[in-house]
Each structure stands twice: as C-alpha cells, then as structure tokens.
Design a protein around this ligand. Structure first.
Ligand SMILES: Cc1cc2nc3c(=O)[nH]c(=O)nc-3n(C[C@H](O)[C@H](O)[C@H](O)COP(=O)(O)O)c2cc1C
Length: 274
C-alpha cells in the first residue's frame, strides 16, 4: 500500500486522515508537469501506444469530436516556442502534440450521409473541448506512467493566427492546447492543491468557508513554495511586491482579459456558438 499520508501531505500540505491511497492511484497523486527534456527520442512505437490510450478515453455519445496533430519536426516545434517567446524549453521537446476540438468530422459525416449538420452550437463546442481534453489527459497519464514528462500549453491559443495555418487547421477545427512530450531532465516538486474541502462539495454546492480556507491555503503554499518574482502575474498593471499568495496571483491574472478574441477566432473557423 502506498504511503497515503506522505503522498497527500505533498499534494495538499495537510493531513487527510482516513484517506487511503491504493497503489494504482498513487502515481496520479504524485504527478507533476515536466518542463525541459533530455535529448533522448520518443520512439514511434511508444508514441503510437500512448495515442491509442488517448483514443481510448470516453467521448460524448461516442462522437469522437477531436483530433491531434503530432509534431516531431524540431524546427517547427521551435517555431512555436519562438512565437510564444517566454517558454524556450518547449523547443527541447522531441514531440509536440496539438490537441484540437473537431466539429468538422461530424459535419463531413452528415454531408456523406446527405443529412444537414444541425448542431453547430455552444453545446457542440463544449463537447469537442471536453472530448479533446479527456483524450489529452489519458495520454498524459499513460506517458507519466512510463516516465515520460508532459506539459500542456494553452499558449498555442495566444498565437492561434500563426499556429492554425502552420498546422493546416481547417474550418471546424481549433486548438485546445499543445502538449510537450519528452524524457524529463528533472522532476519538479509537487504543486500544492487547494484542500479537498474547497473543491469537493457533498450533495450540495457550498463555498461558505472559502475565504478562511483560501487564506490558510495561501499561507501553507507560501511557506513551502512562495510565489517567485518571475511568477507574479501582470506586473505591468499591479506593482510587484513580496508576499503575494496564490489567491492574489490568481486575481492578478483573472483581472486582466486574456485571449478575449478567441470567440471571434472560433467564428472565423465556422463555429456559431449559438
Ligand atoms: C489546459 C492547460 C494549459 C496549460 N498551459 C500551460 C502553458 O502554456 N505553459 C506552461 O508552462 N504550463 C501550462 N500548463 C501547466 C500548468 O501551469 C500546471 O499544470 C500547473 O502549474 C500545476 O502544476 P502541476 O501540473 O505540476 O501540478 C497548463 C495546464 C493546463 C491543464
């Protein structure tokens, strides 16, 4: 049996007496992203097995409304890293995957069978994103189980007008996230999460204790891993200062619009979002 309290203590910074972590679940609690990879390649046979695991994830109504673009060409991966500008380590990844929501395939299947596609709406957009994310999550879990490191990259959406043509994404297909994949140069520390009492609601939603719970979480997090100056969000809007906690940093990030042109982009890609 895994050392439950050690695993949970690393993840949450608190004791969770009574929670017992089965061995098979332990790696999921011990996981972390990996940024920066060795020169060792990822063989196609292994990559294809992980992609098969990704395709084994559940999909809404079995519609399978997502696609993934596999990038192995180093200069093309570097091109994405260069566009992003602040994540040079992406260029060390031997594999870069771009996970895409895909409404196009369903539209083509309707055309193939001489039927209209009558579901170009917000629900389909959400379903494409959910299918895609579940597949990416299954890929990540499989990759990490055999020692590979991964990191999702939402920043591909910050440069969507260049990433989309680079990958030849047609109408009805949009990137949800990139995923860098490689053998990690090092293992980062586990990132402390909000306590389950904040995230897990029993029978009814209840966030009445949010302020006190988050204040304690900020303190725990800062005691172990204070927000670094480089990690402070939107320094140009809010003066940098010492002692910023996780919750204030979240507010610093969420108070400034991010990728607010995304729905406009989706509309140019044929999504009605109605
Ligand atoms: C949808 C999504 C997008 C992300 N985008 C980025 C990104 O663009 N760059 C990056 O360095 N990390 C990115 N991450 C990784 C998160 O920053 C990371 O998961 C978080 O800091 C917690 O660390 P942990 O996964 O090691 O627990 C992303 C994660 C997710 C789920």
């Amino acid at each position: 049996m895994a050392d439950s309290q050690a695993l949970l203590g690393a993840r949450f910074g608190i004791d969770l007496p009574g929670t017992e972590v089965p061995d098979a679940v332990a790696p999921l609690i011990d996981r972390r992203v990996a940024r920066r990879y060795t020169d060792q390649d990822v063989p196609d046979s292994l990559l294809d097995a992980l992609l098969a695991a990704a395709q084994s994830a559940p999909a809404k109504s079995d519609l399978q409304q997502y696609s993934v673009v596999v990038m192995r060409d180093r200069p093309r991966i570097k091109q994405i890293a260069d566009w992003i500008g602040t994540m040079d380590w992406i260029a060390t990844a031997p594999v870069f995957l771009v996970w895409c929501g895909d409404m196009r395939r369903g539209q083509r299947l309707c055309a193939l069978h001489d039927m209209p596609h009558a579901n170009n709406n917000m629900d389909t957009f959400l379903n494409t994103a959910v299918d895609c994310t579940l597949a990416m999550g299954a890929f990540m879990a499989g990759a990490e189980a055999i020692g590979l490191g991964t990191c999702p990259i939402s920043y591909v959406r910050s440069h969507i007008e260049r990433v989309s043509p680079l990958l030849g994404l047609p109408s009805g297909v949009y990137p949800v996230a990139g995923l860098s994949v490689g053998w990690p140069q090092f293992r980062r520390p586990v990132s402390m999460r909000l306590p389950p009492s904040v995230v897990v609601h029993r029978e009814r939603y209840d966030d009445s204790a949010l302020e006190t719970e988050v204040a304690a979480y900020d303190q725990r997090r800062n005691a172990r891993d204070p927000v670094a100056a480089a990690g402070l969000k939107n320094n140009d809007v809010y003066p940098p200062r010492d002692g910023v906690g996780w919750s204030e940093n979240v507010a610093r990030q969420l108070s400034v619009p991010e990728r607010f042109g995304f729905s406009t982009y989706l509309k140019t890609k044929g999504f009605d979002l109605a």
